[in-house]
Design a protein around this ligand. Structure first.
Ligand code: SF4
Length: 55
């Protein structure tokens, strides 16, 4: 899937280097990101719903 890439998001550090939006230096180039789920109760439960696999 082709994705639109934007400038890196300052204040977001992401280490998911298998994501299409990932930029070296642990940066994200998505236009916006969505984190889920609502009513999460732990760090482990939350994740980035904007993630799109590179391959
Ligand atoms: S879209 Fe989400 S998973 Fe992908 S680089 Fe950005 S913050 Fe990381």
């Amino acid at each position: 899937m082709r994705v639109n890439k934007s400038d890196t998001i300052s204040r977001v550090k992401c280490v998911v280097n298998s994501c299409q939006y990932y930029e070296s230096g642990d940066q994200c180039r998505a236009q916006e990101i969505e984190i889920q789920p609502r009513n999460a109760s732990s760090t482990e439960e939350t994740d980035c719903a904007t993630f799109s696999p590179k391959y």
